[in-house]
Each structure stands twice: as C-alpha cells, then as structure tokens.
Design a protein around this ligand. Structure first.
Ligand code: ADP
Ligand code: MG
Length: 666
C-alpha cells in the first residue's frame, strides 16, 4: 500500500463507500490518514464516587450478580445486573438490548459506558465497552449513509499496513524543537487512536499549529505575489496640490489620518500595486482620507471610484465630494435612475469626462465602463462580497485598491482573512469628541425617555429613532417604523418635527428627508436600519434604538456611531427587554464600552468567526482542527514564524512549493 493509492483498493470499500469518501474529500490513503476525528468519546474508566448525577462515563467493575432480563409490554425489556467497583456495588440496567446478557459473566470484569443516576445509585447502560484499556474512541464527521465503524475499519487497515512511516514531516525541525511539537507521524497516530487525553492534547496542538502555520505561509506567498507579480499603476501627482487641498478643509487632519493618508499616497505613487485596508472606528474620519486619495488619482489624470453599500451613503459622499472638489466632475451612479440620466453618466465615465464617481452596486453592473480607472475604493467593505469587489477592480487595468471598514476587525481576523493586505489604521478620533453615554432602559421606562427627549429637543438636540428589526422581513420593518413614526408624531405634536426614512422610499424622497434632517428642518428622524452605516449628521446627538436586543453588537456599535460626531455631548438609549442571556449580555457590554475593537472581539466570541464580517465571503478557509477564537495564541506564533520563514524562503523549497498558490483569497 502507498500513500497515493486510491481508497477504492481498501478491503470493504465498495463503489458506494468510495463515493461517500469523496464527499468528505477523501480520495487517497493519505487523505484518509489526515481525516481526523472531530471529537472523542471518553470511555476511560472512572470511579463511581466522582460521578455527578446525569454524567456519562465508563465504569469498570466485577460482575457480582447474573444478568436478569425482564420482559414487559410489546418487545420491551430490561436487562439488569450488579457490579462491584472497589467497595461500591452498582446496579446496571440496559433497556431493550437483551443480547448483552452474553457478555455478563459473574466474577469477570466488565466495562459499561452509561449515564449515572445518582438518586437510584444506578448506571443506565448505553454500551458495553470492548477494549477496556483503550479509553478514547474517535468520532468522525460522516455523510449520509456512512457508518462510524466502516470509517474506523478503513483507517485501521491503513495503520495495519504500516504506510504511516511514508508520511514525511512537513514542519521544519527547528520549529518542532522550539515549540516541543509532536512529530507528524506520531501526531497522526495519536489523532486517530490517542493513548490518553494527554497524548490527544499534544497531537491536537501540533495539528493546529501545522494548519495555521501553513495558512499563514500561504498568505505570505500571496502577499509576495501581489507585490512582485503584478506591477500596479504609478500614479504621478503633485504632493503640494494635495497639501493645498488639505489646507482648505474646515478642520485639521488628525495625526492618524495624516499617517494613513501618507501610506496610501506612497503606495499610489509607486508602481507597487496597492491592496490596502483602511481601518478606523466609526467617526474616526475615513471619508476625508478616501476623498484625498481619490483627488490624488484625478490629479494624475486617472479616474477614481468609490463603492458604498447604501444609496443614502452614496448621496452623502457625492455631496461631500462635489463640495470639496468643485473643479472636478463628480458623478453619482445608483440604481433607479432615469434611462436618459443613466446613459449620460455611463457615457461620461467611458469618455473620461467624469473624474470621480460614487455609486452603489450599480457601479459593478455590466455596461459600466471607465476611461482609465486608477483607484477603486470600497467603503464599509465587509458589506460586499469577494466577487463584487473583484468586479469593480476589473473595470480598470489593475487599479490601486483601498478598502475601508468601520467595523474594527478583531486581531484574529486581521491576521487571517486580511493577512495578505497592507493595513492602515486610524486609531484616533478628531479633537473635541466627547464620549457617548449609553443607557439601557426597559420598555416600561420609554415614557420617561420621551419626556427627557422633549426637553433635549427643546434645547436644540436632533434625535434618531431606529425602529425594531424584524429579521428577513422588510415589510414588517416598514410597518414597525411607520407605527413608531405615528406614535412619536402624536406624542410630540407641535413640539417637534418628525420625519420617516425607510428603504422602500424613492431615491429623491430619501434624499429629501436626509437633507431636511441635515438642515435641521426635522428634529427627529425615525428610521429603519437604512441609516446604519456611514450616515453623517454631526448635529444629531441622541440615538434611540428600539428592541435593541434584536441587533448584533457590531450593528449596535455602527448605529451608535451615528451620534457623537460633533463636539456636543451625545447619548445612545437602548430600549429592550431581552429574554435571552446573550441579549442581556449584549446590552450590558454596550453600556460598558465604546471601544469598537473590544466590541468586535466580544461579537466574535458570541457569534463565532464564521458569521461575522462576511468572513465566508472574504474567502477565509474553514479550519479543520484550529479554531480562530480559541486558538489565538497558536495563530499568533504561527503567523510570526511564517513571516520569518518566508524571508528565508530559498532554504525551504519543498515547504514553499506546498503553499504557492494559483488564485488568492480575494
Ligand atoms: P467614518 O470614519 O465613520 O467614515 P467620517 O469620515 O464620516 O467617519 O467622519 C465623521 C465626522 O468627522 C464627519 O462629520 C467629518 O467631517 C468629521 N471629521 C473628519 N475628520 C475630522 C477632523 N480631523 N477633525 C474634525 N472633524 C473631522
Ligand atoms: Mg464612513
């Protein structure tokens, strides 16, 4: 037998099994060896004195009474006997497995796995464990129609044939020594048939490290390929012209904005192809940095495009860019334009008459062609899928790429999903910002909240109310928003102007409402979550989120980020009567921290990495053994070692060959 042999040559593996194996990604003997169990049934024997009520465990004892089978009802029966473990006599019962009586011999040892019932001092038997000294039994993921036992038999066969010795070590020796990692062969054996829990732990540690290390090495290879393989555009602009523009801004850039901008401009100027993530908490001022980068591209006679997830945001950016660059031609491309309007915009993009364009998904549709696209930016990048970002990029000849995210990416993900990108971080808020006070109130206290808001509005405050989110039902969302709107209109009467904003409104209606709110013609804006990302009205200082427990932490943080954008004191009120513990916990965390980074980490812990930040979409592979949340320490070490090793890649040709990739993660 060889490692490269197909599994179809194994005994007991017929065509049907081969098909099942293939579904699990098992084609060769080596694949089978590396198909690890995801957990183990612990059949190691325990002492009856340490068992808790309801706990499942194996007890070994000497049989002291013969097996007695009692029949009752139709086909129902109970097998009972007693065993003695040290000084304890324990009753054992099995239901509807009368044939087990053969295994019960007075005076002989028996190992029974079952559930301990404290009150009855009885073990409710589930199975008689065959190998008394083999404590851990592997449990594998299967596909329909497969049995654990047949998989185990196939694996056992492979071990018996001795091919494991052919499996070569893939980690460098110095790493094995430095981190006291188990050798590969030993680890593979211990993954399938661990002698005990300790051996299993050691094996798992090695396997996790290997998985994360290889992944990080692959990221290094990708990053390297980006840098050397694809020459980017050298965008030639006059730095002084950018400085002049910065001078015109109504505020001074923060140090962090300066730093990020310089990093971006440097990438753009060089022929290195920029692939950069601009990360900064809500309100940190990413827009102006992006705008200046777009300006640089235009100064060098390239076009620049920015794609945003919502139309409201697109309109806001559009207005900003037009105000900031009156000398340039800026276009807005969203869906639902009149045919003639759209035709004109597309013509201007294709002819190069348009310098800058802001758009939603409408930007990546067919028929949208550019004259010479030099820079593409995606704002709130996690809202877009891998392919959407790619399509936009491909509208140009390898343009520089900048992705922006207001959702802070937890360190775990930052070094995995985005490990092949360069990162700029804005870790400083503009001067004069005050911390936002966040309160969690119950629905019973809502009347009090309204009273307080009335007096705040009286003093010139502007307020957002976000209506409850009904998952996957836009119709209900709308109904909720309308009901809240009516309620507030009635409550405030002559005292405040209330507006309503929702996703189903026509473009110009949305625009109108936002303009009115910005111009302070409205005091209160009731909205569905369409305002979640990006919206910027610095004078709004109160955010009320109804049924806040229906939102995830990151979304709450985004919503809260709509206030606290000016120099006035701001508040967020979470109205919620959460039923679940996690709901309560989320409300509590929100009142305790305003640090988006901490919140994102908490969110990751509570929800798992798969769901968050469109990780799936970012192309992050599913890990077999490693877990991004719990194995952060291993990940960090793997990352460090991979970076170091890649610098001496020429000494590790085999290893590098394994990770050199055709495609990428993005
Ligand atoms: P985000 O990073 O969440 O996209 P924005 O770019 O929308 O944040 O900026 C938030 C607000 O802060 C805007 O009103 C913007 O004009 C303002 N702002 C940006 N930079 C500065 C600065 N350096 N000083 C003062 N205000 C700033
Ligand atoms: Mg923004």
């Amino acid at each position: 037998m060889k490692l490269t042999d197909s599994v179809q040559f194994l005994k007991g593996v017929g065509p049907k099994s081969v098909e099942n194996f293939q579904k699990l990604g098992i084609f060769t003997v080596q694949d089978l060896l590396l198909y690890f169990p995801f957990r183990y049934e612990d059949f190691a024997s325990r002492s009856v004195f340490e068992l808790l009520d309801g706990e499942k465990a194996t007890l070994i004892g000497k049989v002291v009474t013969p097996a007695n089978v009692q029949y009752y009802g139709f086909k129902r029966n109970r097998l009972s006997f007693k065993i003695k473990q040290d000084e304890a006599v324990i009753a054992v019962s099995f239901f509807n497995q009368p044939y087990l009586a053969d295994k019960v011999e007075v005076g002989k040892e028996i190992a029974v796995y079952g559930k301990w019932e404290q009150a009855k001092q009885q073990l409710l038997g589930m199975k008689v464990v065959a190998q008394v000294d083999d404590g851990l039994e592997p449990v594998y993921h299967l596909t329909a129609g497969m049995k654990q036992s047949s998989l185990v038999k196939a694996i056992q066969q492979v071990f018996d044939a001795g091919v494991l010795t052919e499996l070569t070590e893939n980690l460098p020796q110095f790493l094995l020594q430095k981190y006291r990692l188990m050798g590969r062969q030993e680890a593979v054996r211990a993954m399938h048939f661990p002698a005990d829990m300790q051996a299993h732990k050691q094996a798992l540690r090695r396997v996790k490290f290997e998985e994360l290390f290889m992944f990080q090495l692959k990221l290094q290879a990708l990053k390297n390929k980006e840098k050397s393989g694809r020459a980017g555009l050298a965008i030639a602009f006059e730095t002084q012209e950018i400085e002049d523009k910065i001078f015109e801004l109504p505020f001074e850039l923060t140090g962090a904005q300066r730093r990020a901008l310089n990093e971006i401009l440097q990438d753009m100027k060089s022929s290195y192809h920029m692939n950069r993530l601009l990360q900064g908490d809500v309100g940190s001022g990413k827009t102006v940095v992006a705008s200046l980068a777009m300006y640089a591209a235009c100064l060098a006679n390239f076009q620049a495009a920015i794609m945003v997830p919502t139309e409201i945001l697109a309109r806001q950016h559009y207005a900003n860019l037009k105000a900031l660059f009156p000398e340039l031609s800026v276009s807005l491309l969203v869906s639902g334009l009149k045919t003639s309007e759209r035709r004109e915009i597309l013509a201007d993009l294709a002819s190069g008459r348009t310098h800058m364009v802001v758009g939603t998904h409408a930007l990546i549709q067919e028929g949208v062609d550019f004259y010479n696209l030099g820079l593409v930016i995606t704002d709130e990048q996690h809202r877009f899928g891998v392919n959407q970002r790619k399509v936009l990029r491909e509208k140009g000849q390898n343009p520089d790429v900048l992705m922006m995210t207001a959702t802070p990416i937890p360190r775990t993900l930052a070094i995995t999903a985005f490990g092949d990108m360069d990162v700029s971080i804005i870790d400083e808020l503009p001067k004069g910002r005050q911390p936002i006070t966040t309160r969690w109130v119950k629905h019973e206290q809502f009347a009090e909240v309204l009273k307080w808001i009335k007096s705040e509005v009286d003093h010139g405050a502007q307020v957002y109310f976000v209506s409850p989110l009904i998952e996957e039902s836009e119709a209900l969302d709308l109904k909720n928003a309308e009901a809240l709107f009516t309620e507030l209109q009635e409550y405030f009467g002559m005292f405040a102007q209330v507006g309503l904003l929702h996703g189903k409104m026509k473009n110009d209606e949305k625009d109108h409402i936002m303009q009115d709110f910005k111009a302070k013609k409205l005091d209160i804006l009731v909205s569905t979550t369409v305002i979640e990302v990006g919206v910027d009205v610095p004078n709004a200082t109160i955010m009320v989120i109804m049924d806040a427990d229906r939102f995830g932490l990151s979304q709450l943080h985004q919503l809260r980020g709509r206030v606290g954008r000016g120099t006035k004191k701001s508040y967020t009120i979470l109205v919620a009567n959460p039923k679940s513990d996690s709901g309560k916990q989320r409300m509590k965390i929100m009142t305790e921290t305003q640090n988006g980074f901490i919140l994102a980490e908490e969110d990751l812990k509570m929800r798992g990495s798969g769901e968050i930040f469109g990780v799936r979409q970012s192309g992050l592979p599913e890990f077999v053994a490693a877990d991004l949340v719990n194995d952060y320490n291993i990940l960090e070490v793997a990352r460090k070692e991979a970076v170091a090793l890649f610098k001496e890649a020429e000494h590790y040709p085999e290893l590098i060959a394994q990770v050199s990739v055709e495609g990428g993660f993005d």
